[in-house]
Design a protein around this ligand. Structure first.
Ligand code: NAD
Length: 290
């Protein structure tokens, strides 16, 4: 397949490299001038998109996606698929898909889970929104870049699934960290706490697979001085997206709202910037009630 890939950062770079390795004809563009071995380098986003069967975008946010889509959609050939894999707000995902469809293209929003290691290993999970016809075209590409792709529904459904998942993740990480900090103050050994909770009803991905306590559970960013991993800033971005969506949809999400506020304080007023999102544990360790 002829693929245009726009946004070759931490995620997009290795995703594009996996498509090249699988034998696809990839033309890449990144505003920062980054290139991917084996892919042709385009001078503009429109040039990367021209003649492509599928254009994939992996960009920082919805505003940049909208700007890139405005440039790219008119350059694409009729019937081609515009597939955005960035994490953006549901409204931007739907607006870009509507513009693409108006221009005679197919559109898919397909944010991913699995982080930079999943991008490099080709083990991402894709959650997709769009028509059956559009999903059918990009599914073989998801199979190369990932291990699972779920077609969640119409345009925007992929982004909806992603921000709901990450709202659970943010809330659960905070709960796991505050429970460890409480256990410390109650004199409970962290390893014993892990042994109990990881096999009891408090178990979760944050406890069992990404334990925020150093030296406990499987290796995680906590064992590497809380270097990301999944940065606290990115968690804040996703929690803000979930709260923006909740407001637009009139949904009551008090735990998500509190998690967004805590990560905002952590990143903007405390020492969370540049740290993994599990560094909430040392934050709670240092704090006292009241
Ligand atoms: P990144 O900042 O490393 O990459 C984004 C790239 O987009 C950069 O290389 C940047 O130069 C490029 N870019 C910006 N504006 C552009 C433009 N106008 N035209 C072309 N290129 C442009 O970010 P990332 O970690 O690769 O994340 C990309 C997306 O994936 C984000 O939406 C993020 O939320 C999502 N995501 C990231 C992770 C993760 O663990 N890093 C996990 C899941 C999802």
């Amino acid at each position: 397949m002829k693929i245009g890939f726009i946004g070759l950062g931490n995620m997009g770079g290795p995703m594009a490299a996996n498509l090249v390795k699988a034998g696809h004809d990839v033309t890449g563009f990144d505003v920062a001038g980054v290139t991917v071995e084996g892919a042709r380098a385009a001078g503009t986003a429109a040039e990367a998109a021209a003649g492509a069967d599928v254009v994939i975008t992996m960009l920082p946010n919805g505003a940049i996606l909208r700007a890139v889509a405005t440039e790219v959609i008119p350059a694409m050939k009729k019937g081609a698929v515009f597939c955005d894999c960035s994490t953006v707000d549901v409204a931007s995902a739907r607006a870009v898909a509507a513009d693409a469809e108006k221009a005679g293209l197919l559109a898919v929003d397909a944010p991913v889970s699995g982080g930079v290691t999943g991008a490099a290993a080709g083990t991402l999970t894709f959650m997709a929104g769009g028509s059956e016809a559009a999903f059918a075209v990009v599914q073989p590409l998801f199979d190369i870049m990932g291990q699972k792709a779920v077609h969640c529904g119409a345009s925007g459904a992929g982004q909806a699934a992603k921000i709901c998942n990450n709202m659970i993740l943010g809330v659960t990480m905070i709960a796991t960290c505050e429970a460890f900090a409480l256990a410390d103050k109650l004199g409970l050994d962290r390893q014993k706490m892990f042994d109990v909770v990881s096999t009891s009803s408090g178990y979760s991905w944050t406890m069992n697979a990404y334990c925020p306590a150093p030296g406990v559970g499987p290796k995680s960013p906590a064992d590497n001085a809380y270097k990301p991993g999944f940065a606290a800033e990115l968690m804040l971005k996703d929690l803000r997206l979930s709260q923006q969506a909740a407001e637009a949809a009139d949904a009551d999400t008090p735990m998500g709202e509190l998690a967004a506020r805590l990560y905002e304080t952590f990143v903007e007023s405390e020492d969370g910037k540049g740290m993994d999102f599990s560094a909430m544990l040392p934050r709670f360790e240092k704090r006292h009630r009241g």
